[in-house]
Structures are given as structure tokens and as C-alpha cells.
Ligand binder design. Sequence first.
Ligand SMILES: Nc1ncnc2c1ncn2[C@@H]1O[C@H](COP(=O)(O)OP(=O)(O)O)[C@@H](O)[C@H]1O
Ligand SMILES: [Mg+2]
Length: 355
Amino acid sequence: MSLDYKAGSVVFNKVSKRFGQVSAIDNVSFTIEAGQLVTLLGPSGCGKTTTLRMIAGLEHPTEGQILIGDKDVTRLPATDRDVSMVFQSYALFPHMSVAENVAYGLMVSGTAKAEAIDKALEGLQLVGLAEYGNRLPSELSGGQQQRVAVARALVLEPEVLLLDEPLSNLDAKLRRYVREEIRDLQQQLGLTAVYVTHDQEEALAVSDQIIVMNKSVIAQQGTPRELYEQPVSAFVADFIGDANLIKAELQSREGDFARIDVGGVNVQVPHREQQSGAVTLAVRPDAVILHADPEVTALTGQVTHASYLGNQIQYTVDSELGELFVIDYRVDQPVARGSSVALDFNNRGLALVAA
Ligand SMILES: Nc1ncnc2c1ncn2[C@@H]1O[C@H](COP(=O)(O)OP(=O)(O)O)[C@@H](O)[C@H]1O
Ligand SMILES: [Mg+2]
């Protein structure tokens, strides 16, 4: 194999980017280790694409410093960086064959045609399209066109591969399949990849690390498990998976744990440096336990909606804590709409968060 990858790290050091009055990125610092797949996750407009474009050199910071593989690239143009990008729209040339599309970037950067075509065929092989080089893009399905776009980026042997919402033009079933393919390739080739998405499930599924962004800043960085199980803020808890944000009372601390009163029910959770008094507890929908006997705990509620979804029943429960969204996997023990229930909590699935 002639394709050869040398994965680079990416460092943002207090980077800000303003477009006129708009602050797209505000004093953001992070490190992406070489060989990792890191996702930038956040709602539309939070600054994901701007961050990616600054790694690519398509935008330049207003302030701060960017390093790729320990080299300061802050002022370096895109053409002088070993970085390639997979765009949401694929952006394939319709009149060129698939192989020519994949070879194009290499030829533009001075690779001789025969070698470029060789590498292109190798790239197509990596994405499982070795037999498709002579077709036109319009003769491929959406998923296959997306793989051509990935091959085109891979043949440039980037230190960092950038992907901006690469699956958003595919239907739901194909999205899962293609995201697994991208993850497999990244691991097999040992690539550094920065992957932008607004889809939390996609981020959880493919990432070594996730950087959650909100309103131009980083809300939290961590592994998928850290973000899901230990969200630091109400925003992160609610953005990564669903969460009920409940007002509760921290009563006492012992070791790393706090005893919390939640509407008359006691639970134990890591205190995360929060003090006695009013606190906000993020409660995953499947951490709420419903008891058909309303006498079982001090916290009662009434089921106002019940939806059977095959592998789970989703309930809305009106309680003293407000309206709660509950997921129950015990589909053989349904609770009827209108029933009074007692509520309890599973300690796994609870986290104290900043309000
Ligand atoms: N070229 C530009 N000119 C002016 N404003 C921009 C430009 N690019 C992005 N922005 C603004 O910067 C903010 C972040 O945008 P973007 O990085 O595209 O967000 P995301 O990819 O997370 O949806 C938004 O408010 C957007 O309108
Ligand atoms: Mg974007």
C-alpha cells in the first residue's frame, strides 16, 4: 500500500473568531490527541463549522494560536496545511469519473497523473468502491457518493481529517452504517479526525472524545461516557440524552457523596463540590422508577401520558417536582394513563449539575 498516514495533534490556545460584531468562537482552548476521533457537538450556530474551518485554514482566528502536530499554523493558508475536509454536500464534480474525482486534489497539488490514479484506486478500495472508479457520481447512491468524498479526502494523506456533518444527507438507517464505516477506517488507518455533528447519538457512537459547544464556547469536553454520566451543566445533561432538571436539596456530604432530598425521596450522588442547600439534579428518564402502589414512597404523581414504543414505554408524570419524562423498559408491566403512582430513583442516571 502506498498511502501513508502520519496523524497530527490539534491544539487551540485561547482562540477567538469574530465576524464583524458576531462572536463565532470566544476564547476556546482544547487539545485533540493524534490518532483520536474527536467530535464537535452542539446546536446550530454554536461555532462548530467555524472551528473546523480554522483547523483547515479556511478561516483565521481573530485572536489566539492554532497548532497542528506541534507546528504553529495560525497564519498558514489552507494550501500549506496537511489537512483535508469532507463536506456535507460531498461537492463531487459531476462530469468527472469517480476515480478522477478522487485523483483531482492530488493532481492539483502536483502529483503525476499515473501516481494520482493509482492512489485514487487505493483510496476507493479503502472505502469499498474499488469497482466503481469508471462511473460518474450520478451513477452512485447517496451513501456511495459520500464514500467517494471520504476517499478523496483520504488520498491526500492528511495529518488531520475533517468531517462537517458528513451524514446529514443520508437517511437514518444508512447513517448508522456509514458512521461505523468512518469510525472503522479512522481506527484502521490511525487517523486524527475532527467530526462535526449536531446529533448526540452519532457523537456518542463514534467518538474517543466529544467537545460539547454552546454559544461560541466549550460547555464540556470528555469521553462519551463521562459526558453522559457526569454532565457538568444542565445544558450538557439535556443536550446529550434527555434529562429531567429537578430542584432538590443537598442535605449533607460524606466522602465524595452527597445526600439529596428529592421531593421527600433520598438519593446519594457524587457531590461535585456543591454545598448544602438548593441544587439542580439531572435525572435521566430511565432513572425514574414508577410504582403502581402510590404508598411506596413519599413522592407521588399522576400519569398524564403513556406511549408504547415496543422496547419501552414513555410516560409523562405530573408530580410535586413538576412534569417528569420517564422511560420504562418493563413493557410487560404497563401503567395506565390517569393512574396515581409513587416515584423513586435509580442512583445510576442522576447527576448534580450547575443550573
Ligand atoms: N462568514 C461569516 N460571516 C458572518 N457570520 C458568520 C460567518 N460564519 C459563521 N458566522 C456566524 O458565526 C456563528 C457560528 O457559526 P457556525 O460556526 O457556522 O455554527 P455551527 O456550524 O455550529 O452551526 C453563527 O452565529 C454564524 O451566523
Ligand atoms: Mg455548521
